[in-house]
Design a protein around this ligand. Structure first.
Ligand code: FAQ
Length: 314
């Protein structure tokens, strides 16, 4: 029986069809998806904090409105993703608990501080740019609910990337001080953005199996290279430099060669020792506790409605 189910699952994967929640799937496939989707969802909601820090200080009403919409989009992405994870049989409250108790991760990138307005531009351009590069292939992920959630997320991320680029373009064409802020932000966000793609392929324990299952379509290094190739010409349009003396176009490979990433820094941040890990998690737990009454009130209201309907039906 189980061998038949495995054969059916393998056939769906081989035919590049989608696995749906009603389908049988190997435990390890389910576990990997829960891990990746939950980490992705956690990244979206923790990722609201660095930019949220600038909502009250955005330089104009228009910038404030755009930034509020972007941060709200990120909350929405968290919702779609927690929803997708729930189709695998886990509970959202359980996943949040795993985040709050540091048993599940979120992206390393959100543990860096946003010290100037230009950081909002750099996050949009580089962080959302890296996110899109990684997430467009996830629209073809073998698990249906995750793939479908990614379609809308990618559309919204692409607006986010453009708004970041436009902030940096404005600053770069502004006063020397504004241009300086833009360059400083790019200098600080460039390397952490490259780390978003995860460890090098040779040190990525999950990649081979995730690619065989059609969860990941490209390796960490392939996507990182794609991002560098896409971003270098955009830096030229912005008139900003990227902080890598080794960066150059390699005629032979047709790709940009870039310098060595500081993997010690990456692992330190992932382990919880980045500049803002403590602050991000503390803020997240406090918001959860202070907002608990909203969930309780909504549940009490729903129960009351249900019992009224029950009376009406009777
Ligand atoms: N940070 O074997 P691999 C966004 C962990 S975008 C922290 O290569 P995998 C949008 C990895 O989990 C950011 N941990 O793992 C936004 C694994 O740990 P585990 C979120 C990392 O899964 C923009 C271990 O290292 N995007 O939020 C990182 O095959 C602006 C070994 O690594 C996604 O989550 C990292 N950077 O590949 C929001 C996309 N990299 O669990 C607000 C979906 C690796 O074994 C503002 N996820 N690790 O202990 C993925 O595509 C994959 O999970 C990768 C990692 C590519 C991130």
């Amino acid at each position: 029986m189980s061998a038949d189910l495995q054969t059916q699952f393998d056939a769906l994967i081989d035919a590049d069809e989608r696995i749906e929640p009603r389908d049988w799937m190997p435990d390890a496939y389910r576990k990997t998806l829960i891990r990746q989707i939950a980490q992705h969802a956690h990244s979206e909601i923790i990722g609201m904090q660095p930019e949220g820090n600038w909502i009250t200080r955005a330089p104009s009403l228009k910038r404030k409105a755009i930034l509020m919409a972007k941060v709200q989009d990120e909350a929405g992405h968290g919702l779609y993703l927690y929803g997708a994870a729930e189709t695998l049989g886990v509970d959202r409250a359980e996943l949040l608990d795993l985040l709050h108790t540091r048993k599940q991760k979120y992206s390393s990138i959100f543990n860096y501080p946003t010290i100037s307005w230009a950081d909002v531009g750099a996050i949009g351009w580089l962080v959302d740019g890296a996110a899109i590069t990684n997430q467009v292939p996830l629209c073809r992920c073998s698990y249906g609910p995750y793939a479908r959630a990614m379609i809308r997320i990618c559309k919204e991320e692409s607006f986010h990337q453009r708004q970041g680029f436009e902030i940096l373009l404005t600053l770069s064409n502004g006063t020397p001080a504004q241009r300086g802020l833009a360059q400083d932000a790019v200098n600080r966000w460039w390397w952490p953005s490259l780390m978003m793609f995860g460890p090098p392929d040779a040190d990525s324990p999950n990649s081979a199996q995730s690619m065989a299952w059609g969860i990941k379509r490209f390796s960490n290094d392939e996507l990182r290279q794609k991002f560098v190739d896409m971003t270098v010409p955009q830096a030229g349009v912005l008139g900003l430099t990227l902080p890598d003396p080794e960066l150059r176009f390699d005629e032979e490979t047709g790709h940009h060669h870039f310098g060595e990433i500081d993997w010690t820094e990456f692992y330190q941040v992932v382990k919880g020792n980045g500049p803002c890990n403590e602050q991000r998690l503390r803020h997240r737990v406090r918001a959860h506790e202070e907002g608990a009454w909203v969930g309780e009130a909504a549940a009490a209201y729903a129960a009351k409605q249900a019992s009224r309907e029950g009376v009406a039906v009777a």
